[in-house]
Every structure is written in structure tokens, then in C-alpha cells.
Design a protein around this ligand. Structure first.
Ligand code: GDP
Ligand code: IMO
Ligand code: MG
Length: 445
């Protein structure tokens, strides 16, 4: 019937998983359109305090009435996906007959991961800080028309195509970093046979238990014939978009809401609302410019209070103050209707909070409210917003400084804050506006 889209507006880890957990009960299908096991979406699906971290499967899977759809634009590591299914089972979440994959989604080979690692090692100080999940190399193969879509795993030629690509990767790996490659060859030539075997076994298990479909037809049938509602869950974030992010310190997929139609194979007229998720401050994991990154005592304060360690790699996340210039850029690029502001609880306990409201060029002194292309050449200009000691002064009554912080975000971005997330659990949630009251994206609703 319609598609709503939810995307991250910063450098990932905005709390997309948590927000989807809250919203997905109102939808029939939750879908991912891009990314792969580089994503780590954390939710607390039950009364235990044990997090569930999802990498490929959309977070809405925890609602038993939903179907999870893994779209054509995704890249899939079968070993990690199979492990995710095992974890769902462990948590008592039934997944049989509830997971669908577009046959066009590309497979990540063990040698894609090898290439990612060696290419980061070879880059040295210029490394991206990738999650080492093989994302860059699998997208190189995809756009270079050498990749293996999961659908061909059904065919007889699959093993030959795999072997051809693997051998090519091994030659490439040797050229990228001969010394590091030689070390990988110490125990066995080529790729570890046990890893290769595990990879094939995982694909075999997935083909046995998951439906692989012709995505656009499947989606069309569910939207138009069954009148289903779809929530699309973005991975990574706007500033990691391969084109409009902080290139080259980005991921390899297109993360914007405007990529949803192209990567899922649906019509743009099906999109109703675009929701953006932003943390009340900013984090970045991996390398690359980060203008509002804060200095040491504040950096550690935010990291410890916010538990800012990577969901996928466990790396400490870099922390900084909210950048309203970057947020306005992200709202513009995604045509966001409204924001979900997460982790506002983390900011309690400060006298004041800096907000970046403009940029100044380091040499010319020129000021600008545009998010710069060459971010390294610019410094943020801050205004101070009064802080708060607690979020609520009475039940359901926000501290006036929290309200002021929200108002400043709304003024700067031109869109409403729809709800606040005040803790990692689903219940830590404060709606501020009716979602149904938002204007729709296109004229057909
Ligand atoms: P995602 O990749 O966008 O889904 O975000 P991650 O799951 O990687 O990182 C967000 C982290 O913040 C997770 O550990 C969440 O459990 C946690 N989280 C989400 N929302 C909130 C919130 O409102 N407050 C606090 N304190 N933690 C939150
Ligand atoms: P979620 O969906 C935060 C970052 C990496 C690195 C860059 C490129 O959990 O928000 P890649 O492995 O994609 O080649 O790495 O992108 N990155 C993320 N940062 N959250 C993510 O996903 C990320 N996925 C990739 O740290 O800087
Ligand atoms: Mg994450």
C-alpha cells in the first residue's frame, strides 16, 4: 500500500535499529535496501538486558507478524547471515518463512574480506577504517560486473564462477600487498579450505531455509495485491553515502532515501514518508574528517555515558557535538519529513551544550552554512545551548532546556522532531507528534 523509509542522518549508529523496533509493529514488511554485515543494529527484544545485534536482517523481525525483506542492493555474507539466524533462534524469535532475499543481492566471498584487509593495510595512514567485512571489494566486483548475485548459487555453473573470481582475487591480493599476502599463505596456498567449506555450507543452508525471489515482482505483489505496508530500514548513514558523504571516508553503497527505489526495485510513487534518525550528538567510527569531534575529557564523557563502542567491530567510536549544518544537509538530501532524536538521555548533566551552526574557512575566514565538500579546510562555529540535569521535570514534561535544544534543531533543519528516544529499550520513547499527520511524499495518498 505504501512504503515509509527510515535512514540515518549522520555517520551511522544513530540508533536506527531501536527506532525500527518501535515503529515496525505498524508495518507488514520491513526491508533493507543496501549495506550488509558492516551494519550493526542493536535492539533489546525481550525483558532480558541482553542486546541483539543484527547485521543483515532488519530489526523489525522481532515483531512476529512482519516479513523481513533483504533487497537487491544488499551485499550478503552467508556465514554471518547464518549466524544471525542462529542467534534469532537462541532468543526464541521464529524466522522460518519470514525472510525473503532478492536473487540479485551480491555474495561476499571470503576473498573479498581478504582484499579489504590487505587494501587497508597497504593504504597505511590513508586507510578508511573499514569494518573489514569485504564491503569495498564486493561493490568493486558488482559495479565491475564480476560479482556473484545470490540467485546464481542455484545454478550448475556456480562453483566454476566462484573459483574463477576467487583466483582472480588471490592474484589481486598478491599485487596489493605482497608481504601481507605471503603471510596469509604460510599455512596453505590460496584460501583456507575450512573457511571456503564453511562458506559453501552456509549458502547451502540459506538456500534450503530462505526464499530467494525476483524482488520487484514480490514487492509489487505485496504492495498492490496484498495492500501491505513496508518500512525500509537504512544502514550506515547519510555522511557515509558513497557519493554525497565525506568521500573517500565513506562506505561503498548509496545510503540515501533517494536510493531506496533504485536499490529495492520499487516505484518512487510508493514512498509515503521519509524519517531521519539523528543522535542528539554525533559519533563516527573509522577514519575521516569530523569537524565537531570534541577534545579529550568531553570525548570520554560522551563515549562512556553513551556506551559508544562499535556494534560490529567493538571499536571505540569518536564522539562530538551536534552539527546542525551537517544535519540540515542530510535532511535536504533525503527529503526528510521528520526526525527521531535518539540518545538525548546521554546529554543530561552538563551546564551547556555546543551546537555547530555554521562553518568558517581555515585560511580565507569566509563563513558558510553549507556542509563543505572539502571538510578538512573548514572549522565549525558554535553557539551554546543551556544544558539540563534531568530530561523530565515532571512525568511527560520535558525540562525547558531540552525543549529549547529540540526547537533549535527544528529551526535549523526546517522539519519537526517526531519523537525522542531516551534509552536503549523499546519503552524508552517519547512521541512528540502524530506520524500520520505528516504530509505524504507524493500526491497519491
Ligand atoms: P544503528 O546502527 O543506527 O542501529 O545504531 P547502533 O545499534 O549501532 O548504536 C546505537 C546504540 O545506542 C546501541 O547500543 C543502542 O542500544 C543504543 N541506543 C539507541 N537509542 C538509545 C537512546 O535513546 N539512549 C541510549 N542511552 N542508548 C540508545
Ligand atoms: P550502521 O548500519 C557506523 C563505516 C566504517 C568506515 C566506513 C567504511 O550500524 O549504522 P565499510 O566497512 O563499509 O567499507 O567501512 O564506514 N561504517 C559504519 N559506521 N555504522 C555503520 O553501520 C557503518 N558501516 C560502515 O567504520 O569508516
Ligand atoms: Mg550500528
Amino acid at each position: 500500500m505504501y512504503v515509509d523509509v527510515l535512514v540515518g542522518l549522520q555517520w551511522g549508529d544513530e540508533g536506527k535499529g531501536k527506532v525500527v523496533h518501535v515503529l515496525a509493529q505498524e508495518y507488514d514488511i520491513v526491508a533493507r535496501f543496501q549495506g550488509g554485515p558492516n551494519a550493526g543494529h542493536t535492539i533489546f527484544p525481550d525483558a532480558s538486558d541482553q542486546p541483539l545485534i543484527l547485521h543483515h536482517i532488519p530489526s523489525g523481525i522481532v515483531h512476529p507478524h512482519t516479513i523481513a525483506f533483504l533487497g537487491a542492493g544488499m551485499v550478503i555474507d552467508p556465514i554471518i547471515l547464518r549466524e544471525e539466524l542462529r542467534r534469532l533462534e537462541e532468543r526464541g524469535i521464529p524466522w522460518q518463512n519470514r525472510i525473503i532475499i532478492d536473487a540479485r543481492a551480491h555474495l561476499i566471498l571470503p576473498t573479498h574480506r581478504l582484499l579489504d584487509r590487505l587494501s587497508e593495510q597497504a593504504k597505511g595512514a590513508r586507510r578508511i577504517g573499514s569494518t573489514l567485512r569485504g564491503i569495498g571489494p564486493v561493490h568493486m566486483d558488482k559495479t565491475g560486473r564480476n560479482g556473484l548475485p545470490i540467485g546464481i548459487a542455484h545454478t550448475r555453473d556456480f562453483h566454476n564462477q566462484y573459483a574463477y573470481l576467487r583466483d582472480k582475487h588471490l592474484r589481486l591480493a598478491k599485487a596489493i600487498h605482497p608481504e601481507a599476502f605471503a603471510q596469509t599463505q604460510a599455512n596453505h596456498p590460496g584460501i583456507d579450505p575450512a573457511e571456503e567449506q564453511q562458506w559453501f555450507a552456509a549458502i547451502h543452508d540459506l538456500l534450503d531455509s530462505i526464499q530467494i525471489v525476483n524482488g520487484p515482482y514480490w514487492l509489487d505483489t505485496h504492495l498492490n495485491r496484498h495492500q501491505h505496508r513496508i518500512l525500509v530500514e537504512g544502514a550506515q548513514g547519510t555522511l557515509l553515502d558513497n557519493l554525497f558523504g565525506t568521500y573517500p571516508y565513506v562506505t561503498s553503497s548509496r545510503t540515501l532515501a533517494t536510493a531506496v527505489c533504485a536499490e529495492l526495485g520499487i516505484h518512487f510513487r510508493m514512498i509515503r514518508h521519509v524519517y531521519g534518525v539523528a543522535k542528539a550528538y554525533v559519533t563516527r567510527v573509522g577514519e575521516g574528517p569530523f569537524p565537531t569531534e570534541c577534545a579529550l575529557p568531553d570525548q570520554e564523557w560522551l563515549r562512556e555515558k553513551g556506551g559508544e563502542y562499535g556494534s560490529t567491530t567493538g571499536r571505540p567510536r569518536r564522539c562530538g557535538w551536534l552539527d546542525l549544518v551537517a544535519l540540515r544537509y542530510a535532511v535536504m538530501l533525503n527529503a526528510v519529513h521528520g526526525l527521531f532524536l535518539t540518545k538525548i538521555d546521554v546529554l543530561s548533566g552538563r551546564e551547556s551544550l555546543p551546537l555547530a551552526i555554521a562553518y568558517q574557512h581555515k585560511t580565507s575566514g569566509k563563513q558558510s552554512r553549507e556542509f563543505p565538500v572539502h571538510l578538512q579546510e573548514w572549522l565549525p562555529i558554535y553557539e551554546e545551548c543551556p544544558g539540563w540535569d534531568r530530561l523530565f521535570v515532571a512525568p511527560q514534561t520535558l525540562h525547558p532546556s531540552v525543549r529549547q535544544y529540540i526547537q533549535r534543531i527544528e529551526e535549523a533543519t526546517g522539519v519537526p522532531v517526531l519523537a525522542l528516544s531516551t534509552g536503549p529499550e523499546k519503552e524508552a520513547w517519547m512521541p512528540l507528534r502524530e506520524l500520520a499527520s505528516l504530509p505524504a511524499q507524493s500526491g497519491i495518498f
